[in-house]
Design a protein around this ligand. Structure first.
Ligand code: C5P
Length: 240
């Protein structure tokens, strides 16, 4: 079978573009070098970022699939492109936190770096204009963004992913501080969509607590892609 190729651009996000293909049930994700922060207020091109995030995301999705998590992953297409199932996306971001930092510290005034036992979970509405406000299960139900069973599955799967990935990162000398996931529907089934990469999670070196994620960009620390590549190397992502 011929590999799929891009037909039309369906959507352009801040770091990825999504293309239709000849197969109505398959899309191509193109991971670009664009790096954005503060709801798209700051955007820069970082060489090799699209490549490292695509290869990293494919590796994580494969590992999750191996552990029984249903994802949109189909295949790697090139260094910067992946073929995925075409999902009907749920406009909600699911955030799991193992250590308090970022918006949680700003919102609740808790100590930065404090361990969260048990881990905490939050829903946010995906809406840049409103700065992705926090929402709860009742909002999600009342506005029809997802059903009761989907809400339960998003929580359950997000936390199961935490168990799988925290262990993996720990073995590679890193703390999985927090991360954001998005889900979508495919023939009635809830699948993990979007991406898992250092753009959407926080990772700290286990000994030094050096930041190895997009906070390096947000906070102007430099060495952003180098840190992403180091994470990928430590995890054993092929071809980095
Ligand atoms: O900013 P905040 O502390 O709420 O972020 C929690 C986690 O979710 C971080 O790992 C961040 O990178 C991720 N996130 C994201 N996209 C957003 C909001 C948060 O990837 N729109």
């Amino acid at each position: 079978m011929q590999p799929l190729s891009r037909l039309e651009k369906l959507y352009e996000g801040k770091a990825k573009s999504v293309y239709t293909t000849a197969d109505p049930e398959r899309l191509i994700l193109h991971f670009r070098n664009d790096t954005s922060a503060f709801d798209g207020l700051r955007i820069e091109q970082l060489a090799r970022k699209g490549r490292v995030n695509n290869l990293f995301n494919d590796f994580i999705m494969r590992k999750l699939e191996e552990q029984g998590v249903a994802t949109q992953r189909v295949a790697l297409l090139s260094d910067e492109e992946s073929v995925v199932k075409r999902l009907e996306m749920i406009p909600i971001e699911c955030v799991v936190r193992n250590i308090a930092t970022g918006s949680l510290v700003k919102r609740l005034g808790v100590t930065d770096g404090m361990d969260l036992i048990p881990p905490t979970f939050e829903f946010f509405l995906k809406n840049d204009a409103l700065h992705d406000p926090m929402v709860n299960d009742y909002h999600i139900r009342s506005f029809g963004w997802a059903s009761d069973s989907e809400i339960a599955a998003m929580k359950e799967t997000s936390l199961r992913i935490n168990t799988i990935l925290s262990k993996r990162f720990k073995e590679a000398g890193m703390l999985l501080v927090d991360y954001k996931l998005e889900f979508g529907r495919f023939h009635g089934e809830l699948l993990l969509g979007d991406e898992f990469s250092p753009d959407g999670c926080r990772l700290w070196d286990i000994d030094t607590r050096k930041k190895l994620d997009k906070d390096r960009f947000r906070q102007g620390l430099g060495g952003v892609v180098e840190a992403y590549e180091e994470v990928a190397h430590r995890l054993g992502v092929p071809n980095i």
